[in-house]
Design a protein around this ligand. Sequence first.
Ligand code: DHB
Length: 397
Amino acid sequence: MTATTRTRTQVAVVGAGPAGLLLTHLLARAGVESVAVEVRSRREIEETHRAGILEQESVDVLVESGVSDRVLRDGYRHDGIELAFGGTGHRIDFQGLVGASTQLYPQTDVFVDLADARARDGGDVRFGVTEVSVHDVESETPRVLFTDPDGVAHELVADVVVGADGSRSHCRAQVPETARRQYFREYPFAWFGILTEAPPSAPELIYNHSPQGFALISSRTETLQRMYFQCDPAENPDDWSDDRIWSELQGRLGANGYTLKEGPITSRSVLPFRSFVQEPMHHGRLVLAGDAAHTVPPTGAKGLNLALADVRVLAEELERVIGKGDAAPLETYSERALGRVWKTQHFSYWMTTMLHTLPDASPFDVRRQEGELALLSSSVAGSTYLAEAYTGWPGAR
Ligand code: DHB
């Protein structure tokens, strides 16, 4: 197809989820032009439920860069979590251990704030486009082709193309096999996630290890709660009545002395578990950010935080590239970002394997896991590691 409209921009961003939108926002503040294209509509993204915990620095970047301070007004500050195992809860006191907190504020709201800020500031974001393809990433003028919702074909010619197109990234496949390494890990379980119209069952999140399997009690508002429990990846959400779900959750939490407040269940879905990294995070004039380059299992809620950390580093490095023709900062971006990516991969893997019931675990494995949890919660060094990693290592490193 021949492109009918050609636009020259400095940075073409594929994907307008939180990573793509925060990037274009930060670039605009630094005087760098960009256009973002996204295959989903705004509404579709707003209706996707994702995790709800922001690290302190994720909150700071939204507030300090002028996206919005709604996260401070509508979010809930959490100064710790409960680790429940062995018949009782054990509080990990983030403020006491590392002087940091997290903010309960769903990814959907982060997306809405960013999309509103781009609209307010006149950012060029095209939702609902089709047939997106990326070309000539090894040249100095990489291109993105797409078709707008009216069927008109467009071409973006840029200095740099950013692939922020999520876990099923098309951009990542543009890096030739000989120039990339991919790392995968599968897990033999998934999460069954629900939303329920009920009051909170606890003031803080409960990460609950029990012989029946892991469960996580989180929240959204005073009247809407988010909960998850470990399940078989092949589980069909439609096979689960409200009663069956409550009995599963109450059984797991009851093992550690908690009782949940029940209400009607308004959403149910099964979330897959996977660890994935593609490195390096650049090739020629293409760079990858967020889920396009890496996926973490959900335990510990690092996916969004890691994507925002990538973008903070990428915005800094792109400011150096644009207009100067030197692509070396793209390599620096990849190196800087991968440092945090692998620390976060380890943390998410560790939280996952420490808390879940592994289908093929031997009695030794089970008792060792209980020993690990006891060590973690009874040792200041152990709980400080958890508190520091959970609230986020400072400095986007
Ligand atoms: C939530 C999700 C997580 O994976 C987590 O570790 C904590 C909270 C949530 O959706 O609220």
